[in-house]
Ligand binder design. Structure first.
Ligand code: HEM
Length: 520
């Protein structure tokens, strides 16, 4: 609430203003004058004139029908004319940087009284700064952009660049050298996968799937091939601007003809006679950040097989938005390459060796998706915990008094807890393995974790809709995060390999490691 001097009223004084021409109410010890607003009230006038509302304390009633954020909107804040004498607001509100005290609203490492073998004091300090940053600078923009479908605001991207977040989101590595991370809270050489997990998980708390991707998801998957396989000149030319949030990159692999099937791709690159350029023709589909990308990391069919190259926006390239189940904020594109001339120096990795270039990043990419999926489920648990406490039904009892609701909560909580524990174990392993060993030991683990996590997410989305009822399928109001989650979550089960493909990969990896001659 804005810090302004409020008048004090007694309950008796408020009670006198209980008519259509003079209508006050109390919500959470604050006094609101609804005399003029009543005709504009989205829930209608009549409800505000009821005997237990007009001139009364309508706190219970208000919170069973509205999210707290309604009262934060400037147009409604103006309705507040004072507060009750000697009484304070007590409603649990969203406060920048706060750790939730809702049971299971945070992973155990952040919950009071619990311990963790994985996180140091340094991680905790880092977490505090990252949470405060997202709450302060990103949350509101996420809500607004998901609503209007525009790209994440450049000032958010710039602020993230000031903290070197775009670089940190690429994980530990050489690209962090010489950078001041989060105002120096962590040194580049100390930055590990738990720091990265923290950023990804805090990011997800903004609760908007399209925005999450719009906030440079394309870079997280499109830049690694440049960092790992680009020649030094190319890197020097493109990487600094991308990590500064001034230029944008995306990964352009999937096509209308082929999604997970990289060998089915049809976009082709042919060398010019002088061997100095590629000429690229074809189309790409479902490319995150494609509508606004300056650079495209593109997989092409070439004479020797499959080759990856960096293509810069220019002549012969057209990007068109695709309508998806989330907002256009993600910049999901259909891309056409029409005789696009690409310098041979933009080739990433060996000619014909593109599959290795793409595969080498899959584990990290999928692990990032796991971090996001697991945190997303916890956010839904928190929403449901609040709702089952405040929502009264069947004779004025809160929903949590119904065994069937508790049973759904039990499953949701168990999923969120077990997935976070598994994720932290995998993250710990990553911190202790180089990239080659990770590929050998963790490809299967990460594939299973992602496959299982996105299955759980869909179960949790379904349970949450059951708990919220009609509100769980309504885009505004109490269930808006549930509706959004339920609508957008199936996407997570597809990107980075579908659930079935990944589960199968995990088993195949396990079979590769079976000792010979085992018998029952
Ligand atoms: C400061 C006071 C109030 C403000 C600013 C306010 C504002 C709003 C807004 C913005 C909505 C639409 C929410 C949405 O997007 O779903 C709404 C809906 C509604 N409001 Fe209020 N309201 C106030 C007080 C009350 C009170 C005291 C009642 C008491 C019964 C009430 C009953 C309703 C109902 C029944 C709905 C429809 C809810 C639904 O469709 O789920 N409002 N109100």
């Amino acid at each position: 609430m804005a810090a302004r001097q409020l008048k004090s009223f007694t309950r008796e004084e408020v009670e006198k203003h209980n008519t259509e021409g003079d209508l006050w109410i109390i919500i959470d010890a604050r006094v609101y004058d609804l005399t003029r607003f009543k005709d504009l009230h989205p829930g209608g006038k009549s409800v505000l004139l009821e005997g237990d509302v007009a001139g009364q304390d309508a706190t219970e009633m208000f919170y069973s029908l509205h999210r707290n954020e309604v009262l934060h909107k400037p147009q409604y804040q103006r309705l507040m004319i004072g507060q009750l004498e000697g009484e304070e607001s007590t409603i649990y509100d969203r406060i920048v940087g706060r750790i939730s005290t809702i049971p299971y609203g945070e992973p155990t490492w952040l919950s009071k009284g619990y311990h963790s073998p994985y996180y140091t004091e340094g991680h905790r300090k880092f977490h505090k700064a990252v949470r405060t940053f997202f709450d302060e600078f990103v949350f509101e923009d996420a809500q607004a952009r998901e609503e209007d479908g525009k790209r994440p605001s450049q000032n958010v991207i710039d602020k993230m660049a000031e903290k070197n977040m775009h670089a940190m989101r690429m994980g530990p590595g050489k690209h962090l050298e010489g950078r001041i991370l989060m105002d120096g809270i962590v040194k580049p050489e100390e930055f590990d996968y738990f720091h990265e997990l923290i950023i990804t998980q805090e990011f997800v708390r903004c609760g908007n799937r399209g925005y999450g991707d719009g906030l440079l998801g394309g870079k997280v998957i499109g830049l690694p091939p440049v960092l790992n396989f680009g020649n030094p000149d190319l890197q020097a030319r493109v990487v600094p601007d991308i990590l500064a949030g001034k230029k944008f990159i995306c990964l352009a692999i999937s096509e209308a003809h082929a999604g997970s099937d990289v060998f089915g791709l049809q976009t082709n690159a042919k060398k010019t006679e002088d061997g100095k350029h590629w000429i690229v023709n074809g189309t790409k589909k479902w490319i995150t950040n494609g509508t606004f990308a300056d650079y495209f990391t593109v997989g092409c069919k070439t004479e020797d097989g499959f080759t990856v190259m960096l293509i810069e926006r220019g002549e012969g390239i057209e990007t068109k938005p695709i309508k998806t189940s989330y907002s256009p904020t993600a910049g999901t594109a259909f891309i056409t390459f029409d005789n696009v001339k690409v310098p041979i120096e933009n080739t990433l990795g060996p000619e014909g060796g593109g599959i290795f270039v793409i595969l080498s990043n899959f584990n990290h990419e999928r692990w990032v998706m796991c971090c996001a999926s697991v945190r997303g489920q916890r956010a839904i648990v928190e929403e449901c915990m609040k709702w089952i406490t405040q929502r009264k039904a069947f004779g004025g009892k809160p929903l949590h008094q119904l065994a069937v609701i508790r049973s759904k909560m039990a499953s949701m909580i168990a999923r969120a807890e077990s997935l976070q524990a598994w994720l932290e174990n995998v993250t710990y392993q990553m911190n202790h393995m180089n990239y080659q060993i990770q590929a050998d030991k963790l490809a299967g683990q990460i594939a299973f974790l992602k496959s299982y996590s996105t299955q759980c997410a869909q179960d949790t989305a379904r349970d949450a809709v059951q708990i919220f009822g009609g509100r769980g399928v309504t885009k505004t109001g109490m269930g808006k995060f549930i509706e959004h989650y339920h609508r957008t979550i199936p996407f997570d089960a597809i990107l980075g390999g579908t659930e079935d493909v990944l589960a199968d990969l995990g088993v195949r990896q396990a079979m590769r490691h079976m000792p010979k001659n085992v018998r029952l």
